[in-house]
Design a binder for this molecule. Sequence first.
Ligand SMILES: Nc1nc2ncc(COP(=O)(O)O)nc2c(=O)[nH]1
Length: 288
Amino acid sequence: DNLRRVHQPIGCGQRMLRLDQPQVMGILNVTPDSFSDGGKFLDRPETALEHAHAMLAAGAALIDVGGESTRPGAAAVWEGDEAKRVVPVIEALAASGAAISIDSRRSTVIEAALAAGAHIVNDVSAMRHDPRTAEIVAASGAPVVLMHAPGSDGDLHADGEYADVVLDVFDALRERRDAALAGGIAPEKILLDPGIGFGKSLAENLALVNALPMFHALGHPILFGASRKRMIGALSNEAPAHQRMAGSVMLALKAMDAGCQMVRVHDVAETVQALHVWRGLRDAALTD
Ligand SMILES: Nc1nc2ncc(COP(=O)(O)O)nc2c(=O)[nH]1
């Protein structure tokens, strides 16, 4: 039933999001300082909505709305302000029929986002930051992304101490999955994410990317997010964040080749175009 679970669609409001084809999640950071697109959308919500609709038109299956930058060293934002940033955008997007995930670690923000029309919860702390989150997610029936970050509940970028980063992240995700099940969240509502760039060195991030197929053994859809992250800059003569598109697309394809069900990206049009080529090549490999 693991195989069945990872291939069955997940609920997105009245619609279902198919996971038997890789899906593209478009990033909408409504924050002053997210590391690669900070500040563009915070002070003018209409530009945020335009950008979201452009990503949907370019083929994003859903929009991931975040109001707190998770960049290393980012200033903490009061949860009330975080909610004020994301709720209006989510309400407007939901009214237009878009599929939406809320990228937050705070139960009050998650609660407000779900009430505003978000369909999926994307918690970079894997529901460790806020003890109320599991009960809110369970009660809502919303699918939840559990992402690995080694820091304690506060610091997402505390250096992880790994004996073997792949096995340790695998075990940590299994533990968070089990905690979610114990909290009353159905297995088919859980997606997992290795948390590229969160408390991992370049070598550890690369090991995780190369071992992505292993994470299917946990029996849940895998979300992969490396878009514009520092590992790309580190591998491509320190290209600044906004110049990491080719590397981001390559990593998204690598994840899709590894069977990941969803990729979280800034550059949607380019990723979707690459996905079409990837699908063409894959389908050509199959003879009738
Ligand atoms: N599930 C998930 N959520 C995330 N949220 C924020 C960031 C940080 O990147 P951003 O500042 O570009 O959003 N990365 C992830 C990620 O890799 N996976």
